[in-house]
Design a protein around this ligand. Structure first.
Ligand code: PFF
Ligand code: NA
Length: 437
């Protein structure tokens, strides 16, 4: 192993914003509103919020505990903590990061196209035709390459100069732009029906659809919090300080949830003001629907640019965390420069993503494998490790730098041992069912 001074975050806020940048992504701004639409509106949000706070938050703290204690990339972290055999869990997370970034970047390429298309009005004459034209084919490969290049560009500069500095700009921009859009959306005639749909849960619908709502909500909670791919392990490994993990984690979870809800406050009034059904979800449908809406609105170009820039910043700040997972492994283990490592990995991930850029069904399959298999499996293994194998040290690590009582930390531990893995197991089984179809 190469011994060199390992990088750390310059400030506590820098770590928090980088983690929020990882969490806030296509999952919040794009998938969450439409998943809410497809699952019956506010009822889905209730289950989602429970999943985020009762299942996602304790799981995030588990990743933080591993990362900060080991001060290593996810693969070497387990050996560092004295459990060499559990290395396979880190391998699973790192492979998942590589896999997910490959198609996440293809969608990132679409987003760049939608920023440009908004500015030029290219999709104003036909939203569906535009998506069909840009989603798959040589051009989609090209913009996938552009998005990967941007991601590599940030990661190559390192933890503080690349990731910390860029996310400190990107995250506040996302919040400001999205907030402005939400205020504007509130002025749309007929938009109020969107709030009603979005914010008043239909409990009957919730109860009768719980079997499908539950796995969707739990899966979304993990994805949105960037869990199961080593990202939060990696980011916490650069802490090098005794900050309060529960406070930082709580801040990150709340900010991430806030941005997701804010995105809904933009999307739903827009759709309802135009009488568009929010239930028409699906991978590309969200783009078609929203772009179609912008095309009908006054100042639609400007709004389209603002919205898709938000989406681009969100996607980019998530993509860099995925690339950093894999990069950190090679930085820790070779004496090649971070720059050449990031470029080489970017190239490999780009190639893995090329099939997804040639067909939306292929992309959907990559996504389903990650979402329904890699992600829950990886989270489950991680929880078993923290909850049962490394429990004593994990409790001590959670309390380090906090006023958290022993009993508070033990309550967390029992969540990690019972409720959280059960939630994951249910999701995994129901999700696998959907893969088999
Ligand atoms: N949290 C990101 C989103 O909601 O779009 C996706 C993501 C990024 C998942 C990084 C996992 C990860 F490690
Ligand atoms: Na997110």
């Amino acid at each position: 192993m190469v011994q060199q001074q390992r990088e750390t975050w310059a400030t506590r806020l820098g770590f928090i914003l980088a983690a929020v940048g990882s969490a806030v992504g296509l999952g919040n701004v794009w998938q969450f509103p439409f998943q809410t639409g497809a699952n019956g509106g506010a009822a889905f949000i209730v289950v989602y919020l429970l999943a985020v706070f009762l299942i996602g938050f304790p799981a995030m703290l588990s990743e933080f505990v591993i990362g900060r204690r080991a001060e290593r990339n996810p693969i070497d972290a387990f050996a560092r903590l004295g459990h060499r055999n559990w290395k396979v869990v880190g391998v699973l997370g790192t492979v998942s990061a590589f896999w997910i970034l490959s198609f996440y970047s293809v969608v990132g390429g679409w987003v760049i196209r939608y920023v440009l298309g908004s500015a030029t009005g290219a999709y104003f004459s036909g939203s569906e035709a535009y998506f069909g034209a840009i989603a798959a084919g040589p051009e989609a490969v090209g913009f996938h390459a552009v998005f990967m290049a941007l991601t590599v560009g940030v990661v190559a500069f390192g933890v503080t100069d690349g990731i910390e500095r860029s996310t400190k700009l990107m995250v506040p921009s996302i919040v400001l732009l999205l907030g402005g859009l939400a205020v504007w959306a509130g002025t749309l005639p007929g938009g109020a029906a969107g709030y009603a749909y979005y914010l008043s849960p239909d409990i009957d619908a919730l109860v009768s659809n719980l079997g499908s709502i539950l796995p969707a909500a739990v899966g979304q909670a993990f994805f949105t919090l960037s869990l199961g791919m080593g990202a939060m392990i990696t980011y916490a490994s650069y802490l090098g300080r005794d900050d309060s993990l529960p406070t930082d984690g709580g801040t990150i979870v709340i900010l991430n949830t806030f941005v997701g809800l804010l995105a809904g406050l933009v999307v739903f009034p827009i759709l309802f003001s135009l009488g568009i059904d929010p239930g028409s979800g699906g991978l590309g449908a969200a783009f078609i629907t929203l772009a179609g809406a912008f095309a009908q609105l006054p100042a639609g170009r400007l709004l389209g640019v603002a919205f898709f820039v938000v989406l681009l910043l969100a996607a980019l700040s998530s993509a860099i965390s995925l690339l950093e997972v894999v990069t950190s492994y090679l930085v820790d283990n070779t004496d090649r420069s971070r720059r050449s490592i990031a470029v080489a990995l970017g190239l490999g991930i780009f190639l893995l993503g090329v099939p997804s850029a040639f067909g939306v069904p292929i992309l959907a399959w990559y996504n389903a494998v990650a979402y329904n298999l890699l992600l829950p499996l990886s989270v489950l293994a991680l929880l078993l490790f923290v909850g049962w194998v490394d429990a004593g040290d994990a409790v001590a690590e959670l309390r380090r730098g906090t006023g958290l009582s022993e009993s508070g930390a033990v309550a967390w531990l029992w969540f990690v041992r019972t409720v959280v893995p059960l939630g994951v197991l249910v999701t995994l089984l129901l999700g696998l069912q959907s893969l088999a179809v």
